[in-house]
Design a protein around this ligand. Structure first.
Ligand code: AMP
Ligand code: FE
Ligand code: FE
Ligand code: ZN
Length: 284
């Protein structure tokens, strides 16, 4: 946990709403962030920006700062990498074509996974995509349908027992090459930050060499503080980030009731947010 003084000034730069796999609306995140005394927050739904308008409006009403963001599904050399993009232009372009393709692939994959799961558990596609605002469907939605049907106590239990990558019900999904995604974020006027480089569910952490490749491609920062990090994996990443001159961010990866992560659990200081913003083509 951060101390309260840091929470006061801090920004939570990684949150999810019902537009992807969070369980709360963008406006509710804004209100909760204001109640916590955060300086501001970024909405970073997976592969969609459709929650931005609601989040921005609610942040303005609550008197806190809003940084528009996204968490992009990418792959670096075959390994899954989540790339946070901040301040991208919402007006069309190559990035949005690539994101639409990722969402289409996710939809096909989720339908096929539901078909497999439904052979053994009584769930329907309608139950999986019950939330009308969901734009990016994933394993969490399948998990929530299984929880609602009474098979498992919570989302995490479904992942542990049924939807992990070695499960017979698991299918992969298309992802954008990470280096290409960094280029697309840049071309859309934004800055990119590598999400959770040492999350404990990954088989291995992002290596210094891999981080170097991403920095070379234009990566602006790396999420050094994240509730799911393995501390013993962090020292080489911290050293590489410093050597490469990358910004260091901290965020909660809040998913509402979908994960134990608490809003504001990790934060980024205002000076770092200002430097990230200075890298944007247009102030946002
Ligand atoms: P997908 O992108 O569809 O493969 O699903 C990955 C998403 O599932 C991540 O963005 C996480 O939010 C969520 N997730 C992964 N593991 C867990 C877990 N053990 N408990 C809850 N959510 C998880
Ligand atoms: Fe997620
Ligand atoms: Fe992620
Ligand atoms: Zn996330």
């Amino acid at each position: 946990m951060t101390d309260s003084a840091e929470t006061q000034r801090g920004f939570d730069l990684h949150t999810h709403s019902v537009f992807s796999d969070g369980t709360t609306r963008p406006a509710a995140i804004a209100r909760e962030a204001a109640e916590l005394g955060l300086a501001g927050f970024a909405l970073t739904d997976h592969d969609t920006i459709d929650g931005w308008d609601e989040a921005r409006e609610a942040a303005e009403a609550a008197g806190i700062d809003f940084l528009p963001g996204i968490e992009i599904t990418t792959k670096q050399g075959g390994r899954s990498r989540h790339l946070l993009g901040y301040g991208i232009s919402p007006v069309g372009g190559e990035l949005f074509e690539a994101l639409a393709a990722v969402r289409r692939s996710r939809l096909t994959r989720a339908k096929e996974m539901v078909r497999l799961v439904a052979e053994d558990y009584a769930i329907t596609w309608e139950a999986v995509v019950g939330e009308e605002d969901v734009r990016t469907v994933g394993r969490p939605h399948i998990a929530d349908a299984l929880v609602a049907a009474g098979y498992f106590p919570d989302r995490s239990a479904v992942f542990t027992e049924l939807l992990h990558p070695r499960s017979p019900y698991y299918l992969g999904t298309d992802a954008i090459d990470t280096v290409e995604a960094i280029r697309l974020v840049r071309a859309a006027g934004g800055v990119s930050v590598l999400a959770h480089p040492a999350a404990f569910r990954q088989r291995t952490p992002t290596s210094a060499a891999e981080l170097g490749e991403l920095a070379q491609a234009g990566l602006a920062g790396v999420e050094l503080r994240h509730p799911e990090h393995r501390d013993d994996w962090m020292p080489p990443i911290i050293a590489a980030a410093a050597k490469l001159g990358l910004e260091a961010t901290g965020s909660s990866d809040y998913h509402g009731a979908g994960k134990p992560n608490l809003l504001g659990q990790q934060v980024t200081d205002a000076a770092t947010v200002a430097r990230l913003r200075a890298g944007l083509a247009t102030p946002r």
